[in-house]
Design a binder for this molecule. Structure first.
Ligand SMILES: [Zn+2]
Length: 243
């Protein structure tokens, strides 16, 4: 009886691991290997000082326009991985991103982890969020899974719909209630190298922003962008990285 139970539990564990944990882990490893190869190539060639700023979890009516103002001030083009339901609620912000030359990618419909999604929910998630974007007249080429989690059906949908999965290299904890400008700036400057994809947040996946975290992210960027520019960095959308 006990043995049977253990065997059953082991089988369920293995099934859960192969459904989502392994695909997510493999995706992360693949991204890191690719990045390492690029960095190795860069050390041989003259490193091109390009950073790819990306913003997840918006659009948010309280923060995204302020972020767009900042990017406009420095003529920086960035990539926004937006949540379908927030895009439907804030179409003007999405259209402004498009008009101002930013790249728009998807970050799911409702920001749920692929680890707990059923196959049918996963398919609905892609169909529905792409429909929202189509209604706004925006074609989407890039997809960033919430938390980087995918399951086998996420991978299938990404492939079938001709999307490219985009992860990140630099994360600062900017979404946290306790985020701290000084620490965030330190991490941004320490960890960003030529070719880094920097992941920041102009909203929160569940819509419940706490303690104005995106505002501190924007204020950190206001202070960090001039330093990067002085160091000779320029900024591109992920299109330029993957074209
Ligand atoms: Zn997210």
């Amino acid at each position: 009886m006990n043995k049977k139970f253990l065997k059953g539990a082991a089988l369920i564990g293995a099934a859960a691991a192969s459904y989502s944990y392994l695909p997510s882990r493999m995706g992360r490893l693949q991204h890191e290997l690719q990045q390492e190869a690029e960095e190795a190539a860069l050390t041989l060639a003259t490193p091109e000082k390009v950073l790819y700023l990306t913003f997840d979890d918006g659009p948010n009516p309280s923060y995204t326009s302020r972020l767009l103002d900042l990017l406009k001030e420095y003529e920086i083009k960035a990539t926004f991985f937006i949540v379908g339901k927030f895009a439907a609620e804030n179409p003007d912000l999405v259209l402004r991103m498009e008009q101002e030359g930013h790249t728009i990618g998807l970050h799911s419909m409702e920001h749920k982890s692929a680890m707990i999604q059923t196959p049918s929910y996963t398919r609905w998630d892609f169909a529905k969020s792409l429909e929202v974007m189509e209604d706004l007249g925006i074609s989407v080429k890039y997809y960033r899974p919430p938390w980087g989690h995918v399951n086998w059906f996420t991978l299938q949908e990404i492939k079938a719909r001709g999307l490219k999965k985009v992860l990140w290299d630099v994360m600062t904890g900017d979404w946290k209630e306790s985020s701290d400008e000084e620490k965030m700036q330190y991490r941004l400057l320490k960890h960003s190298v030529p070719g880094s994809i920097v992941c920041l947040h102009d909203g929160r996946g569940d819509g419940k922003v706490q303690n104005d975290a995106p505002l501190r992210m924007i204020e950190t960027l206001e202070k960090t962008i001039p330093i990067w520019l002085e160091e000779g960095y320029r900024f591109e959308t992920v299109d330029k990285k993957y074209m």
